[in-house]
Design a binder for this molecule. Structure first.
Ligand code: FES
Length: 164
């Protein structure tokens, strides 16, 4: 993670203050914090709760309800495999098995070298070209296991066995 993405209470408060007067502010605030820092830090929860007049449990409840929100920093790259129906019909399940085996991690985990975080996603708007994968801001279609391996090589991660 670069220093520019390290969070501080002041930076969290600034994101909250920019949005807290809008109706239903909690979700936009969580999105803004994750967009800026890559995740929603545990330390942000009491600040959000106090600013919005909600309990910490309520804020936690929303964070854990939505798969989208991370509570730990992601790796250098985020790889998301589409699990929605159209992609499943053309092989997404076997692709996700392959992705987990290739990276040696489950969803919502990061490779030991901190290069890749693997996540599930539900439709990337690329349904006609599944199985679809998003790598950071890039959406890729018709991703075969071989193409996935090439992608991982391109991203620079090492297979788990060589990590020592
Ligand atoms: S179902 Fe996978 S991109 Fe829409």
């Amino acid at each position: 993670m670069s220093d520019s993405r390290e969070w501080t209470p002041q930076a969290i408060q600034a994101e909250i203050d920019a949005l807290k007067h809008k109706p239903g502010a909690l979700l936009p605030i969580l999105h803004a914090i994750q967009n800026r820092f890559g995740f929603v830090p545990e330390g942000a929860v009491p600040i959000i709760a106090e600013s919005l007049g909600q309990t910490r449990a309520e804020v936690h409840g929303v964070i854990s309800f939505y798969h989208h929100f991370r509570t730990t920093p992601p790796g250098r790259h985020v790889v998301q495999v589409c699990r929605a129906e159209a992609c499943q019909a053309v092989g997404a399940r076997s692709l996700e098995r392959h992705a987990k085996a290739r990276l040696g991690i489950d969803y919502h985990r990061t490779t030991p070298d901190r290069e890749i975080t693997l996540e599930a996603v539900y439709c990337l708007g690329n349904c006609a070209c599944g199985p679809s994968v998003r790598v950071d801001d890039r959406v890729l279609g018709r991703v075969t296991p071989e193409a996935f391996d090439a992608l991982v090589d391109e991203l620079g991660t090492q297979p788990l066995e060589v990590l020592g």
